[in-house]
Design a protein around this ligand. Sequence first.
Ligand code: 4AD
Ligand code: MG
Length: 429
Amino acid sequence: MKPTIETIGQHVGEEVTIGCWLSNKRSSGKIAFLQLRDGTGFIQGVVPKSAVSEDTFQLSKSVTQESALYVTGTVQEDERAPSGYELSISGIELIHEASEYPITPKEHGTEFLMDHRHLWIRSKNQHAVLRIRHEIIRATYEFFDKEGFTKVDPPILTGSSAEGTTNLFHTKYFDEDAYLSQSGQLYMEAAAMAFNRVFSFGPTFRAEKSKTRRHLIEFWMIEPEMAFVEHEESLEIQEEYVSYIAASVLKNCQLELEALGRDKSKLEQIHAPFPRMTYTEAIDWLKEQGYEIEWGEDFGAPHETAIAEYHNKPVFITHYPKDIKAFYMKPDPENEDVVLCADLIAPEGYGEIIGGSQRIDDEALLRERYQEHDLSEDAYRWYLELRQYGSVPHSGFGLGLERTVAWMTGIEHVRETIPFPRLLNRLYP
Ligand code: 4AD
Ligand code: MG
């Protein structure tokens, strides 16, 4: 493989040529400093007038931001550089001279940057966030593979809805009605009966009218589903999984975390076990703190933030009232008003990153829920059939990738954690 900025440390003292772009520059009469990026990383190139041809020096002074270059130079160790290396440039070949680049080193408003998202992803912070996103995806595959899960891909176009009908994206499927998937869960339950432990990773869609820092219209979810696993064991797998991604990000994304100024001690605190609190305990605690909330109501962002701040670790809230949760959740045998479910609330105000539960495995009870929730027996017949042929206790959960990336990177808003966000008022670019 050709040397890249990421692997340049393997070439100290050697002369290398790198295809790159100019991200910034400064120069005086005798020396020019070029900030170069090649997509794998960032490095400073130094061009002393005395060491290069007159043409090369003039080019290094006049070259425009984001021009594409082949840069040749000798790799040098440099303790002051974030990457630890610097390039002592001997030659520059201009591949393409960029027009006046709209994103200058000065400050820009978010709407402007979002309009230029196709270019903004080149900048150092955005690059770091999306590389951490990649690391979380990589670690996810590694974790579930190591634990014996099979990756199964549920469909995107569906005739059924897992999470209620209020925020469905409707479309025509020839003559039938169809929806974009809100969650692959129901299909993953079928897959768990075929492969025991499975996980999916794919886009999910919710026509949410909420304009908050936690909501996207299109977001990516990791959905494991496990046969013969009950509520408590599922929580243990969830906390191990989340701890595993935090450790992987800490280990493999040092430069990115530094570029973002992320407080690493916050990530070091993420290790299993996580505290657990029942919904009822959470309501009592919130009331003690002076919040006006009654048993039976769902939590809002301020409630979740308060609970997570109190624990200063991700916290599981378990056993929610059945009336505010999805139709497929299994009632607690000790109290039929609540279900065997848990939301995992991230610290620092990032909110719910996982929703999960043990699923109803009894055919008669599921039929009852269909009626209460007005679900058509036709569209959901296949899901009921899973309870007719070797039904077993099973549990699963969904982790929202963008909220997890936001939390791990310390980025305020989920819109910066996905390359091209789909937001309430944004379909461009
Ligand atoms: O809690 P939710 O709705 O759970 C499900 O969809 C289950 N069927 C998952 C399962 O058990 N297989 O969504 C799961 C997670 C949330 O905890 C949150 O992290 C994320 O998906 N999420 C969103 N992220 C960004 N934008 C949105 N609009 C989101 N809605 C949910
Ligand atoms: Mg939820």
